[in-house]
Ligand binder design. Structure first.
Ligand code: GH3
Ligand code: MG
Ligand code: MG
Ligand code: MG
Length: 294
């Protein structure tokens, strides 16, 4: 896959020179003549690195870089300042706000390409580390620490914006038996399959994580109590009707679900919501498993 570079410069000629160099190196090049709507553009393009001119009439490169670094979704993309200004003060400012590197005009093709490669390598490593820190290695869902962090964030957002939030806790029924019958490796495959079913059941704005060993959780914001129940019932039924084919074995798996729901007016805390989901899950187990309690 071609790597994407966004070049921002108020001079069409500079952009043309940069584009020619980069296209020759097989990059996909995107250009902007100013940084006015930079965040929107970057979110659309998802570049692997940004080449940013410092002196521009509308907003200068330092301000553009600042807004990129202050926006969570764009903050880790490496920005290379492109400058004719050689005064140390401006460059120092660029590094202080988080620029990755700089190149001087007039352009040296070998230098641009070398610095870009190093920036992209850094970004790739960064993404890999981020994913290792956030995701569970077996299921690729958010790990416990991350899903708890996301829940707290979503919970506070729900309070600020006055909408509902739900926390669902899932536990596989009699999973010990799966391990005892088929072995731990097959058990792991079942966990992966269930994680995929959960992921496929959600809107892109919902969050799903591996809460613990064979326990998962889902965070749903801004939905009515009825839709939350429908969603959890749909997930329960999907897994109940699914035949898990692992190795030469086909098996039937069920899950129990505890749902905790917070209306905008309720002043329950996020920890209390988790405790409620856990209690409801316990009830679901007590009442026969393969069911939703809320
Ligand atoms: P129930 O929840 O219906 O009460 O019964 P259970 O047998 O599922 O309950 P319990 O919580 O006692 O057991 C969970 C089992 O899940 C125990 C553990 O061996 C297994 N388990 C936890 N994490 C993993 C994992 O990563 N891989 C595999 N294969 N098994 C795991
Ligand atoms: Mg300029
Ligand atoms: Mg359990
Ligand atoms: Mg279990």
């Amino acid at each position: 896959m071609k790597r994407k570079i966004l070049a921002i410069d108020d001079s069409k000629m500079n952009l043309k020179i940069l584009s020619d160099i980069l296209m020759e190196e097989d990059y996909d090049v995107y250009t902007l003549l100013d940084g006015i709507n930079v965040i929107e553009a970057v979110l659309n393009i998802q570049p692997d690195a940004i080449l940013l001119d410092i002196i521009m009439p509308s907003i200068d490169g330092i301000d553009v870089c600042t807004s990129l670094k202050n926006t969570e979704e764009t903050s880790s993309i490496p920005v290379i300042m492109v400058t004719a200004v050689t005064e140390g003060k401006v460059l120092r400012q660029a590094f202080d706000i988080g620029a990755f590197d700089y190149i001087k005009k007039p352009y040296d093709q070998i230098e641009i390409v070398a610095r870009l490669k190093s920036a992209i390598r850094y970004y790739d490593q960064q993404k890999k580390l981020e994913s290792l820190a956030m995701k569970d290695g077996l299921t690729n869902l958010y790990n416990h620490r991350m899903i708890m962090e996301l829940f707290e964030k979503e919970f506070n957002k729900a309070i600020r914006q006055q909408y509902s939030i739900a926390f669902m806790m899932f536990d596989i029924d009699l999973f010990k038996k799966v391990n005892d019958t088929y072995g731990h490796k097959i058990g792991d495959c079942v966990l992966k399959n269930i994680a995929n079913v959960l992921k496929a059941s959600l809107r892109t704005c919902d969050f799903v994580g591996r809460y613990g060993g064979e326990e998962f959780c889902i965070i749903v914001s801004n939905q009515s109590f009825e839709s939350v129940l429908q969603l959890s019932e749909r997930i329960r039924a999907t897994i109940d009707h699914y035949i898990f084919e692992v190795g030469n074995n086909s098996m039937h798996i069920t899950i129990s679900i505890g749902v905790a729901y917070k209306e905008p007016i309720s002043n329950i805390s996020h920890n209390e919501l988790i405790i409620i989901a856990d209690q409801k899950l316990y009830e679901a187990k007590k009442n026969g498993r393969n069911r939703v309690e809320c």
